[in-house]
Ligand binder design. Sequence first.
Ligand code: SF4
Length: 76
Amino acid sequence: MDANPNMFSNEDITVTYDPKCCANAGICALQLSDVFRNSVIPWIDLDGANTKAIICQINKCPSGALQYYLHRKDVA
Ligand code: SF4
């Protein structure tokens, strides 16, 4: 089975991206470009910021295309 290209994980968090929902406004890439990179594959780099900053940015996604779940309760 192929890995989901729109699912990104580290030890703290899994981030999912649904391109069908994305409004392509670029808010994520503009505001946290070290994580949400619009010209690099894979386009989400979870090493680009701390988990709290990533969660904060995902919560600003206007379409809900970005979602996350935590692996540990003490992360955020
Ligand atoms: S913030 Fe959400 S809707 Fe906007 S470009 Fe990023 S993933 Fe798409």
